[in-house]
Design a protein around this ligand. Structure first.
Ligand code: X8Z
Ligand code: ZN
Length: 670
C-alpha cells in the first residue's frame, strides 16, 4: 500500500504521494494544526522553506499514528490515526490556501515546482468543510481496519472456525481442490460486503475535496501527478497496454488450455474467461502459484523457489525445536515456531539487503531490524498487506509484512526494500521533493532488482540447483517471470479504470459490482465462477480500494522496471540477451541507480528517466524484448487454438478511453 514513500503517503488515508500533495484550506481548519502564522512579507521561496520545515516537524506524529493503527488494529488506534490524519490534511489545506498569494509572482523553478506539488496528487483530497474532513478520515481508518481484521468464519458454536486472508491465500496457493479454492475465494470476498456503504460515502467526500481543489473529481486529481495534463495520462496507459496486450493474450490462451486439462470441463468460464478462484491468487494478479500446472518443461530442471524457502524454514524450525527441547510441550512448540518464523523472515530480508549492498548502497540502519514488523503477530489484528515506511525522513525506515517462506513474499521483500532505499537516497532532498519521480518509479525500484534475480542468481544464493543451458530451461525461466509480470499488466490497469469511473460518476453505487466484473472480463479475461450481484462489493476485497492507494502506479511500474533493468544492464556492461542479465554486485549499475534515487521528485520524471535510460517516454519495448523467446514459444503452443475471450458489456468511463469501448471480443489468434 502506501509506502509512505515520501512524505506523505500517509498510510491509509491521507497519502499524498510525494509526487504531489494538494488541497485548500478552510478558515477554521487550522485550529488543530501547527502554528501557521504567515509573515506578510514572506517571499515564495521563504514560504516553501517554511512549509518544508513544518512538514518535517509534522510527519513523525502522523506516520507514528498510522503505523500504530496498521500494526495494532483496534478502535483506539483507529481514532488516533483518523485524528492525526485530519490534523495533517487541515494543515495541508492551509498551506495550499497560503500558496495562492504567490500566483503569478516571480520565483525559482524549484519553488514553483514545490508549490505545484503541494496542490497535486493527493490520494485523499481533503474537503474544506471541517466536518466532512473529519468524517472522511474516520471512514478511511475504519475501512483499512475492516480489511486488516477481515476474517471468514464457518460453522457455529464449538465447530466455529475463522480464517484470515493469509490462510485463505494458502488454500489458493497450494490446494488444487476446486471446491476448497472456491470456498476460500468466496469466503474472503464476504469481508468486503460491509464496506459498501462506507465506500460510497468515501467517494462523495473525496470528490468534494477534489472539487475544492479545482479538480473535476478525485480521479482527475490522481491523474494530475504525472508532469503532464491528466487527460494525457489515460491515453498514455492505453498506449502502453496496446504494446503488451498481444503478449498477455498469448499467455492467457496457454493458461486456459492448461487449466482446462487440469480441471476438465471446469477450467473455463463461458466466453473463454479464466475462473477467478483457480488462478492461485485472490485477485488473479500474479499466476506464479500455478507453477505446478503451467511449468512448460518439468524435466528441464527445477525453479521451485517456494519449495526451497519452505525447506529452509523447516530446517531452521527443526534445529530450534531440538536445541530448545520443545517438542513435547505444545505451548513451547508454538513459541519456538513463532521464533523460527521470525528468524527465517529476517534472513530473507538480509538476503535482499545483500543485493542492494552489493550495488554499493548502504546497509540498512539497525533500527530497521528492531522496528520492522516481519511476521504476523499472534496476539492482535494487523494490516498484513506489505508496506514500507519512512517514519521521520531521518533514517527511521521500516517495513511491515506478514512474511511466509514462499517465492511471492521473498520477491515482495526485495520490492519493499526498493521503497526503503529510495527513501534513504532522497532523504537529503527538501521534504516536498522526497518522493518518487512519479509514483510508478517508486513501485519500480525493487521490482527492477527482482528482474535481476535470474536463475543464476538464485543458484548462487542456494535457492535453486545447477541450471541447464537449454532452450527448455530458458522457456521455464521466462515463464516463471511472465507469471509474475505479464499476468499482472491488465490487473494493474483495471482497478483504476474502475475507480476513475466511480469517481467521475459513470459507475454508480448500484452498479459497483457489475462494473468491477465487466472490467475484470474486459482487461484480464477473468470471471467469477458464479454470479456476483450487487449484494457483494468485490472491489473492497482488494487492499488498495479500502486502503485508497491509487493503482495505476503499479501498471506504470511494470513497464518502467524493464526500462530501468535494461539501462542498468547496459551500465553493467551486459552484452547478451536482456533476460540473461543480472547486475548483482555491479557498482557501476549501482551508482547509476543511486543517482536516480537521490533525485527524488525534484525534477519532472521525464528528465529523471532520461538521465537513467536516455529516453523521455515510458515504453514497453523492453518488456517485449525481454519476453521475445517466450512469446515465440507461446505462439507455437497456441497454434490451432482459438484464443481471446468475449467480455460482457464494459463499464463506461469518460476518463478512460479504453474502458469505454463496447464489449471486447479479442480476435482469435493462433
Ligand atoms: O501493494 C503492493 C506492494 C506494496 S506497494 C506489496 N503491490 C501491489 C499489490 O500487491 O497489489 C506490489 C505489486 C502490486
Ligand atoms: Zn510498493
Amino acid at each position: 500500500m502506501i509506502h509512505r514513500h515520501a512524505l506523505l503517503a500517509l498510510a491509509v488515508a491521507a497519502s499524498l504521494t510525494l509526487a504531489g500533495c494538494n488541497r485548500t484550506a478552510s478558515p477554521d481548519a487550522g485550529t488543530t494544526a501547527t502554528d501557521t502564522t504567515t509573515p506578510g512579507d514572506e517571499t515564495a521561496d521563504q514560504f516553501i522553506a517554511r512549509v518544508n520545515e513544518e512538514l518535517r516537524a509534522l510527519m513523525p506524529e502522523l506516520t507514528a499514528s498510522q503505523w500504530l493503527s496498521a500494526t495494532y488494529i483496534n478502535d483506539d488506534s483507529q481514532l488516533l490515526a483518523a485524528k492525526y490524519n485530519e490534523r495533517y490534511l487541515a494543515q495541508l489545506n492551509e498551506w495550499i490556501e497560503q500558496a495562492r498569494r504567490f500566483e503569478g509572482q516571480q520565483m525559482t523553478p524549484e519553488t514553483a515546482r514545490a508549490i505545484n506539488l503541494l496542490k497535486l496528487g493527493a490520494a485523499m483530497p481533503p474537503p474544506r468543510d471541517p466536518e466532512h474532513l473529519a468524517e472522511l478520515t474516520k471512514i478511511a481508518s475504519k475501512m483499512e481496519g475492516t480489511y486488516g481484521a477481515g476474517q471468514y468464519c464457518t460453522d457455529e458454536g464449538e465447530a466455529r472456525s475463522c480464517r484470515q486472508l493469509g490462510e485463505l491465500e494458502d488454500v489458493l496457493r497450494s490446494s488444487r481442490d476446486y471446491d476448497a479454492q472456491l470456498d476460500a475465494w468466496q469466503g474472503w470476498h464476504t469481508i468486503a460486503q460491509p464496506m459498501r456503504a462506507d465506500y460510497t460515502r468515501f467517494v462523495e467526500l473525496v470528490n468534494e475535496g477534489a472539487r475544492d481543489l479545482g479538480f473535476a473529481d478525485a480521479g482527475e486529481a490522481w491523474r494530475s501527478g504525472y508532469d503532464m495534463p491528466p487527460a494525457e495520462l489515460a491515453a498514455e496507459t492505453d498506449r502502453l497496454w496496446g504494446q503488451v496486450k498481444p503478449l498477455y493474450e498469448q499467455l492467457h490462451c496457454y493458461t486456459r488450455a492448461r487449466l482446462d486439462a487440469r480441471y476438465p470441463g471446469r477450467g473455463t468460464v463461458d466466453g473463454g474467461l479464466l475462473p477467478a478462484h483457480l488462478m492461485g491468487n485472490m485477485w488473479q494478479q500474479d499466476w506464479g502459484n500455478l507453477w505446478d500446472i503451467l511449468q512448460p518443461y518439468p524435466a528441464a530442471g527445477s525453479l521451485d523457489v517456494t519449495g526451497a524457502l519452505e525447506k529452509n524454514y523447516q530446517t531452521l524450525l527443526n534445529e530450534r525445536m531440538v536445541r530448545e527441547n520443545a517438542l513435547i510441550d505444545s505451548d513451547r512448540r508454538a513459541d519456538v515456531a513463532h521464533a523460527a518464523k521470525l528468524e527465517n523472515a529476517k534472513r530473507m530480508n538480509q538476503r535482499a539487503e545483500d543485493f542492494y549492498v552489493s550495488l554499493g548502497m548502504p546497509k540498512l540502519p539497525e533500527s530497521f531490524w528492531t522496528k520492522t514488523q516481519f511476521i504476523k503477530p499472534r496476539d492482535r489484528d494487523v494490516v498484513c498487506h506489505a508496506s514500507a515506511w519512512d517514519m521521520n525522513m531521518a533514517g527511521d525506515v521500516r517495513t511491515k509484512m506478514c512474511t511466509k517462506p514462499n517465492e511471492e513474499d521473498f520477491t515482495t521483500i526485495y520490492h519493499e526494500l526498493g521503497h526503503i532505499y529510495y527513501d534513504l537516497a532522497y532523504n537529503s532532498q527538501p521534504p516536498l521533493f522526497q518522493g518518487g519521480a512519479h509514483d510508478g518509479f517508486h513501485e519500480a525500484i525493487g521490482d527492477t532488482v527482482v528482474l535481476a534475480m535470474t536463475p543464476q542468481y538464485l543458484q548462487t544464493i542456494g535457492l535453486v540447483g545447477e541450471q541447464q543451458q537449454t532452450q527448455e530451461s530458458l522457456v521455464n525461466s521466462q515463464m516463471r517471470m511472465a507469471l509474475a509480470k505479464v499476468s499482472f499488466l491488465p490487473f494493474g490497469l483495471m482497478i483504476d479504470r474502475w475507480r476513475w469511473g466511480v469517481f467521475d460518476g459513470s459507475i454508480t453505487p448500484d452498479n459497483y459490482n457489475a462494473a468491477w466484473w465487466s472490467l475484470k472480463a474486459q482487461y484480464q479475461g477473468v470471471a467469477p465462477p458464479s454470479p456476483r450481484g450487487e449484494e457483494f462489493f468485490d472491489a473492497g476485497a482488494k487492499y488498495h480500494v479500502p486502503g485508497n492507494t491509487p493503482y495505476t502506479r503499479y501498471f506504470l511500474s511494470h513497464v518502467l522496471q524493464f526500462q530501468f533493468y535494461k539501462a542498468l544492464c547496459d551500465a553493467a556492461g551486459h552484452t547478451g540477451p536482456l533476460y540473461e542479465c543480472s547486475f548483482y554486485g555491479n557498482k557501476a549499475a549501482g551508482e547509476k541507480f543511486w543517482a536516480m534515487l537521490q533525485k527524488g521528485n525534484s525534477q519532472p520524471w521525464q528528465q529523471t528517466l532520461k538521465e537513467l535510460t536516455g529516453e523521455e517516454r515510458m515504453d514497453a519495448a523492453p518488456v517485449l524484448e525481454y519476453f521475445a523467446p517466450l512469446q515465440a514459444w507461446l505462439a507455437q503452443q497456441n497454434e490451432g487454438r482459438t484464443c481471446g475471450w468475449t467480455a460482457p458489456a464494459a463499464a463506461q468511463s469518460p476518463a478512460a478511453p479504453a474502458a469505454s469501448q463496447p464489449a471486447a471480443e479479442t480476435p482469435p489468434r493462433g
